[in-house]
Design a protein around this ligand. Sequence first.
Ligand SMILES: Cc1cc2nc3c(=O)[nH]c(=O)nc-3n(C[C@H](O)[C@H](O)[C@H](O)COP(=O)(O)O)c2cc1C
Length: 187
Amino acid sequence: MKLMIIWGSTRQERKGGPVAYWVKSVAKRDKRFDKVDFVDLRELNLPFYDEPVDAFSIAKPEDYTSPEGQAWAERVIKSDAVILVTPEYNHGPPAVLKNALDYVGNPWIDKPVGLISYGGRVGGARAIEQLRSITIELGLINVANAIHFVRFSRTFESGEEPSEVSNESLQKMFSEIIRLHTAFSKP
Ligand SMILES: Cc1cc2nc3c(=O)[nH]c(=O)nc-3n(C[C@H](O)[C@H](O)[C@H](O)COP(=O)(O)O)c2cc1C
């Protein structure tokens, strides 16, 4: 199956790279995924949503008015499941991540989604709570257990991979994503 990982921070000198790249590297080593598409929203550089209708009213990628929208929808269609890696900005996800989610409608439906956050005292948990309602509205299927990195820069300051517990949590998330994908792929 094909996994898409979306990293939600785009600002200059962003600090969440070790979290996002850890998820990417563990996923790439996992033989259960045929392909891992890592989406750095800074590179994707989507404009703010400017379509004349909502994304669920756009039947196919060619119907986007912008080439960026068409390309993003085509990329989402190619994935079977998604992991969002997000910082917490003022108790929510960054606007760029919300924008990337808003951009697509039907292609999100029935894709499992795992949520991973990093931040200060609560490890981005409030951003995850908002992402839960947003992703439910989009038709994504939530994996129950999110992963949070509290005071994340300390976790990664040695430059090494995070703890065994975090690695086990990520493995559980992968297994649950695969289980949900199998369940929702049945005719
Ligand atoms: C606009 C903004 C708002 C922030 N709000 C929060 C917050 O609500 N909770 C929190 O734990 N950290 C907050 N922070 C601190 C971030 O956790 C920290 O800057 C982190 O490095 C952001 O991830 P990034 O560097 O990958 O963008 C905020 C940072 C920014 C830039």
